[in-house]
Design a protein around this ligand. Sequence first.
Ligand SMILES: *Cc1c(COP(=O)(O)O)cnc(C)c1O
Length: 400
Amino acid sequence: MSRNETSLSPAWSMDTLAIRAGSQRSDFREHSEALFLTSSFVYGSAEEAAACFAGQEQGYIYSRFSNPSVEMFENRLAALEGAERCVATASGMAAILATALALLKSGDEIVSSRSVFGTTHVLFNKYLHKFGVKTHWVDIADLAAWEAAMTPATRLLFLETPSNPLCEIADLQALAALAHRHGAKLVVDNCFCTPILQKPFDWGADIVIHSATKYLDGQGRVLGGAVLGGKQDLDEVYAYLRTCGASLSAFNAWIFLKGMETLGLRMRAHSEHALHLARWLEEQEIVAKVHYAGLPSHPQHALAARQQSAFGGIIGIELKGGQAAAWRCINATRLFSITGNLGDTRSTITHPATTTHGRLSAEEKQAAGITPGLLRLSIGLEDVTDLKSDLAIALKAAAV
Ligand SMILES: *Cc1c(COP(=O)(O)O)cnc(C)c1O
């Protein structure tokens, strides 16, 4: 191997991989990874073009399915998750759709945690359903419910852990075992933890999904996603993407490469700030409940501590006084941004019932625990004392 490619050492830690894995240098020997903004690539001869298109010779062809900047991002994320292969997509939703369309056919079934990203509900219930793929929704922590929902047609078990925004934890090892007993696959959306805090493949997961839009970028700039897993499944996902086109842009891949260099530092800082604030929030009179797995009061604290190296940056809080109190709290913050995004250096505050989960029916909201008084906080990297002061003022306004 030449010095132009970084050879991976199995001994390297996550922080080293996040900075070094996947890097390739061009003949210019740039130090920082280059951005290859080109839709296609050229050949020295007709013979070479034919060999590349036939797959007999290695070479980039067209950026819908081969681009060096995108490939560097894929290889870095694969090294971090410990996956054989990674395929990058235009967004997190494109990653979930790619997984479904590549691995499922009409008549197949999904068993999914009810507590998943709001748009994932719509994707499964409206669009996959239209093509004959049925989804059974279950409580993430209820192993008996997962088991009861399995049928001979079940192909995928789908979940996010910790869940959004209630911070419920799935037992990955138990669910992987359940999936495998039934010849199904466990798909984990690892967006909230990133591989720094949780490595689903270590617990038996078959596919890992990312919305890179969140912590992998970490600065709220661009959209992207990824699907990771074994070569056989990912070859299917790659073939789907090459044909169906929701691929990641080179520019966004380059942004993610830069973002990932600080992923370890950021994830640990997000987690520290969030734990500090969650403990403080639990003592506030107007806060009826704090949903954060780092708190000993969380019913699955022990499971989260076993599966994750820290508890992440997302906190759910339930205010006494319902939607009116929640909205007063949001409107009184000065530092928190009012936005649906999360995983940013900037702290954000969201009212799930009327935004991220607004498209769910009243019954679906109730079943998913999206109450009117619920707020989701994504704790950023601002000074934690400033964040606490801002929340103190907002909670006071909410209590009026
Ligand atoms: C944001 C998000 C998605 C969707 O990702 P996009 O990049 O917005 O398409 C999927 N899962 C989780 C957990 C998310 O937070």
